[in-house]
Structures are given as structure tokens and as C-alpha cells.
Write a protein of this length. Sequence first.
Length: 547
Amino acid sequence: MGLKIRTDLIRRYKTLHTWTGVIAGFGLFIAFYGGALSMFKQPIADWASPTRPAPLADGVDRDALFARVVEATPDFQAVRVHLDSDARVPGTVVLPTGRDDTAPVQVASLDAEGALQLRERTPTPLAEWIDLVHRTGGIPGDPEIGIHVMGIVSALYALALVSGVIVLLPTLAQDLLALRIGRNRKRMWLDAHNLLGVASLPFHLVMVLSAVVFAFHHDIYDLQDATIHRDSPVAEAAYAPLTPQPVRADALLGPGAIVERMHALSPEFTVTSIDYRGGKSEADGTRAVTAVVQGHAPNRFLRGGTFGVAFLDAGNGQVIGDGFLPGHQRGWSHAVAAFFALHFGNFGGPGIQWAYFLLGLVGAAVFYTGNLLWVESRRKISRNGAPPALQTRSARNLAAATVGVSLGCVIGLSATIAAAHWITGRVDSLLAWHQGVYWVVFALAFGWAMWRGAARSAAGLLRASALVTALIPATTLLAQLWPAATALDGVPRGYAVELVAGLAAVVMWWLAGVSARRAARVPVDSVWSAGMRASAPVAAQAQVEGG
């Protein structure tokens, strides 16, 4: 049984669902696949980091090293103190050269005589690059443009979700859990598409709403400031920290005191880093310094991808901003943090991370099967012994583009991950090289698919995906057998990235075999047949495409 809806309405919603889904599908595949990998940014960044953090010298604690750094650079713009150093962190106390986490930093340490040393190091940008691909859909150029485009794509996808559910309502009971595998390929792909879509519908709704908020929240703030909060301090008071009191550099609270203050403010909050940000110096040598404290709290919504934030006066420890501190958010700040946390999946621990990872892969499969349905719905079938029908150019192109974009993204991300240990320390701009590797590989895969067609390129690109993904564990093995070959220094603390990449490579190789067998078995008039004609006389082409 199902809900009765007028046939003409079903037809209109089906058209809306089809075209919004096809238009948004390419960007959403990249966003969902990149987002699945972004759920494990820290393990990927740890894997890509060539060296371990520089340890403190014997008998030297963070407070003492911080004091030495401040004494040597009293006019610092920023000093960052890490309290949970991992492989991504090049040192315990560093001086960033910019607000970007991928910019070079100066690492503070003491030599054998106790003298302060500052050495420049560049953190790995790999995890941030994967996340940027996820947030922009891989669109090159200004990230803000890509983010806004993906916000529009997400809004289109919201229409596709709503219209798709309406289309499915009349036959919901009989089609929901059906997966009819047989000669009717369109029915099989439709069942798979419906099953994946409905099973992950709550997740997709969360992604749609949060992605739109993520893309346009600054524009929403600006609109509110110009209308609702015009000439009012409400917006600033909710988010922006107050100005700290001027203080001399030698009177700043050390990291230990800041941690104690945060523990008194929020016992469940674990501090991971403290950024001391200095303002303009006054005539008497004092200046305002803000302590930006990052950390996390169990089972709390976090405003950042993996952290919450509090702002303290670095001179007296007073709280000057807690709008992003987990458990202390109020009103709009709590609502916005909820949207961001639901998008990032930064609540609930590893279980939520793995669930988001798998749902991200399922989401990518939904867009892939949706495009296949569009192709199958336009397939021209030969009947009564007639010669094989030539498929329309639009069907052939969409099938090839689906293969090229999807597998180009997969191969490109695997290639840029595998390249990390080969380019770190050997090139000047790591981020530019990671971007170049991704885009060159993506362009080659897409061009190959468009040239060879969907059927002839799919199996080969899947094998390429498997081989390139297998380079990730192979790189670790090579680094241990021949350390000089790569930039990796030491043995990884865990092998999660290698295990997942190895399993993914096996699955991709198996899918390549399935794709090759399908291309050999399907009717020759299908776009998924390796024997399908790629071209035809102009007259026949015009006849087919003219209907």
C-alpha cells in the first residue's frame, strides 16, 4: 500500500527530482567522498607528517619554554602552545607566520647549552587540502566561490530529496526494501538508488541543511547586522570576544595557569592548544594579548571541526568570549554550533565518525546510481532483430562524465595522499604540489573517460584506483625497508590508514572485474557495453537524437 497522489503531480516531482539530482550529482559525489575521508583528518595528517614532534629538553617544561620565547620575542604576533602534541605538530611551542594552519612555523627548542633556538618547519597541508576538496566540490580558485557554489548545489539537492520522497510515496511499501536483480537493469538500479537514498535520508537532510548554513552563515550574519541588529551590539556581544586589558610581556599567564583557569570554568573541557595573540603595543610597553584556547569536551557539539574555543585575557585569565565554548553556548551561538557539529560529526566519539564515513560513501553511491538511472531511462533498445540502436549523445556523455568525475576524484585523492611521503621536504610549496597532483590525475581520468566512453574506461579506471590507493600502504612498507626513499622518519604509531587503504584497493580491484564482465555481457546497444559504437554516420546520429 502507499499514499495516493495524482499522476500529473508525480510526473512533475519526478522531473524535478531527476534534473536537480543530475545537476547537483557531480559536485555532491566529490563532496561526499571527500567528506568521508575528512572524518579522519587527524590520522591522515599524522600519516603524512614526516617527523615526530620536537620533544622538550630534559628539565624544561612548557611554561619555562614559553617564557623564554616571550622574552626573546616580546613583540610577537602569535605564539602557539600545544598540549597534546601529535605527528602533525612540529613542536610544543611554535611561532606561526600566518593564521593558516598550513603556513610555515618557527619551532622553539633549547640547545645543549640552554640557548633558545627557532627553526622553521612546514606542517603537512594534506588533511586541509582533502577537506577543501570536500567543502568546495573540488572547484579550483578562490575557496569562497567553491563553498558558495556547493551551498547552491546543496539547496538543489534539498529539492531532489523532497521530490524523490514524494515520488516514492505511492509505492513505498512495495519498493522500499526491494532489490530486484535481473535482466531489467533500470529496475535494479532504481531499487538500489531508492534503498540507499531512503536508508540514509536523515543523514542527507542533516548534510543539506548544515551545508547551506555552512556556506552562507557569514552572509546571514551580514544580513542580520544590516536589518535585525542594525545599530545594536547584540551580534557582536554574542560572538566576538571583549578587548583584554593591556599587560607587559613578562606578566603574561603561562600555559599552566591558562589550563587551570579553563578547568575551573569547564571541568569537562580538555585543552589541546593555546594561541597567544598580541595586539598593538602602547607607549608604556604594554599591549592587549588574547589567549585563544582550543580543546574538546566529550559528547558536546563543537563549533570547529574537531575543537571548541574560548577567549581569555592572557594577563588576568578573565573570560572575554565563550560563545564557542562547548556547554557554554547560548541562543544563536548554540544553534549555529549544532549545525556545524552535525555536519562535522564531531560528537559521540569514534562510533559517529565511522558512521559518518560509511554514510558518506553511501551518499556518493546514491549520486552515482542516480546518474545511471538517467542514462538507462534514455536508452534506446533494438527490437525485432533491428540493428543495434545508437544511444543519444547526451546519454553517452553523461555516462562517461559520471565515470570520469567519480573515479577521477577517487584516484586523485588517493594519489595526493600517497604523494605526501615523496614530496615533503623536497618541494617548496607542499599545498601547491598536493593540489597539482590531484588536479592532474583528475583531469587525466576525466579526459580518458570522455574519450573512451563509460564502458571502455570504467574497468581500467577502477584498476587504476586500486593501484594508486595501494600505494598508500606500499609507501609505508617502502619507508621501513628503505628509509632514504621517502620523507617518513620513523615507524608510524598505527596502521589504520594503511589497513583502510588496503581494503579499499581490494574492493576497487574486485569492482573493476565486475565492470569488465558487465561490459562484455550487456547488449551491444547499451552505453555500458564495450562493443557499443562510439560514432555513426551523421544522418543516423541526427535521426536518433531528433527522436
